[in-house]
Design a binder for this molecule. Structure first.
Ligand SMILES: [Zn+2]
Length: 140
């Protein structure tokens, strides 16, 4: 009976320290988009992000950011990508969805604060995101 209507509650958990690094990186790249690889693990629909990697040969501009996936080393801790939208909303563009990599896509919009970041799946549906702050467990 446990398998009846079994549906995992999808959720993204982002370490506060990782969020801080994303914010710093994207502010530095502004007004161009910034892009980083998310490292972490996924279990029972829960995606935990605890690290970042800089994609090789990445190219960015004011309205695009990407990297050739063929240059990526095989690493199963690579679970997605985060990129910034210097203007406009944090909704994924058609290009973003066509270039979807991994399990989750995080998009952070200007002004790059804790409330500017959203998680999406490959269909462009939002996934609940919570910030994991070890010193402040009550937050969010
Ligand atoms: Zn985008």
């Amino acid at each position: 009976m446990f398998f009846k209507n079994k549906k995992f509650e999808r959720k993204v958990l982002l370490d506060k320290s990782v969020l801080d690094s994303i914010v710093t990186f994207c502010k530095m790249k502004h007004p161009n988009e910034g892009i980083l690889i998310l490292k972490g693990k996924s279990k029972n629909g829960q995606i935990k992000i605890d690290g970042l990697a800089i994609p090789p040969f990445n190219f960015t501009g004011p309205t695009f950011a990407g990297f050739p996936h063929s240059f990526l080393p095989f690493d199963n801790s690579y679970i997605g990508v985060v990129h910034s939208h210097p203007s406009g909303s944090a909704e994924p563009s058609v290009t973003d969805l066509n270039n979807f990599f991994g399990l989750v896509s995080l998009i952070i919009q200007s002004p790059y604060d804790d409330d500017s970041i959203f998680a999406w799946d490959s269909s462009g549906n939002t996934i609940p995101l919570s910030i994991n702050d070890e010193n402040e467990t009550e937050k969010n």
